[in-house]
Design a protein around this ligand. Structure first.
Ligand code: DON
Length: 303
């Protein structure tokens, strides 16, 4: 497969969309990112990585981290997490509070902020240091030992974290957090602040395309667990745009307000696209367009 030619064609096609949308404003440290950035990378299951544009420029992974924290918790703790978080699409914005009350403090899925806070809480209980565990895991899976937290982003989010604090306190009132709210929030903000490039994320997500196998052939997850993460990414990974994402792209995907989206083509490759301009639902405008065009050109949607 001529990935280079394919990605260049995708980049040319989406050029008019680059810079469209709004860079995330509610985390002030993210608001200063150049909206005209665009990069895309493909990591084939055979280990080849190809990219175009800003594919080696690190950006804030934000909610993309939630796919990896779920993988770690499933790997270390099996299915127990599903007693505390559901796996249905929420149909609501990623930071919404409304469902939590009438669903008794059990978040709809592990990718909305409430659900990700529960997953981070469990990872904290399992490891004693959720965010460092995440950083080390991502360094190992991406093969990039230089990955780091962006302290300014973590601090900025913490300073403006009233919404996440409300979600966490609310769940704590239902007994759905084991660790102190401040501890859970701190580890969650740190995990979201990790900086990775399209290359790093496509490589790190390779186990999702390899049915749970790492690049070196060792097993991280069972094929069943990998299938499940991909399924939740497909149905919940882009929040209240998950239907539109399935319609346009047709792949398991996980977005972040840093403007990145990771998408998985099981058995074939993992993609990561980045462009910071977001639509109203917090997903990269050019990123969605790029993945839409990629699956249209290749016919590689899961549908
Ligand atoms: O908690 C937050 O609001 C951010 N750290 C992450 C949100 C996010 O990336 C949603 N994704 N599109």
């Amino acid at each position: 497969m001529d990935y280079q030619g394919l990605l260049e064609e995708v980049a040319t096609h989406v050029a008019p969309h680059i810079g469209q949308g709004e860079v995330a404003q509610y985390i002030p440290a993210l608001a200063s990112v150049d909206p005209r950035r665009f990069g895309i990378a493909v990591a084939d299951v055979d280990g080849t990585v190809t990219g175009v544009g800003d594919w080696e420029v690190p950006f804030s992974v934000q909610s993309i981290s939630k796919a990896f924290s779920l993988a770690l918790v499933l790997e270390q703790d099996g299915e127990r997490i599903w007693r505390r978080v559901g796996r249905e699409p929420s149909g609501n914005p990623f930071n919404s509070l409304v469902q939590l009350e009438y669903e008794n403090g059990i978040p709809r899925n592990p990718f909305i902020n409430a659900g990700a806070l529960v997953v981070t809480d469990r990872l904290q209980t399992l490891t004693g240091d959720a965010s460092t565990t995440m950083l080390e895991f991502l360094r190992a899976e991406s093969g990039n030992p230089d990955l780091a937290f962006d302290q300014a982003v973590a601090a900025s989010e913490s300073e403006h974290g009233d919404r996440n604090a409300a979600l966490a306190h609310f769940m704590a009132s239902y007994g759905n957090l084991d660790n102190p709210v401040t501890t859970v929030l701190e580890h969650y903000f740190w995990q979201c602040s990790i900086e990775m490039s399209c290359r790093d994320l496509a490589v790190a997500g390779g186990f999702l395309a390899r049915h749970g196998l790492r690049a070196d052939g060792s097993r991280l997850l069972s094929p069943r667990q990998a299938k499940r993460i991909n399924a939740v990414m497909l149905t919940c990974g882009t929040y209240d745009a998950a239907g539109d994402f399935a319609y346009r792209v047709g792949l398991p995907g996980k977005s972040g307000v840093g403007g990145g989206i990771v998408a998985v083509i099981p058995g074939r490759c993992t993609l990561c696209v980045w462009s910071p301009g977001l639509d109203a639902r917090g997903n990269s405008v050019a990123g969605m367009a790029a993945l839409d065009h990629f699956t249209t050109l290749t016919g590689w949607s899961v549908f």
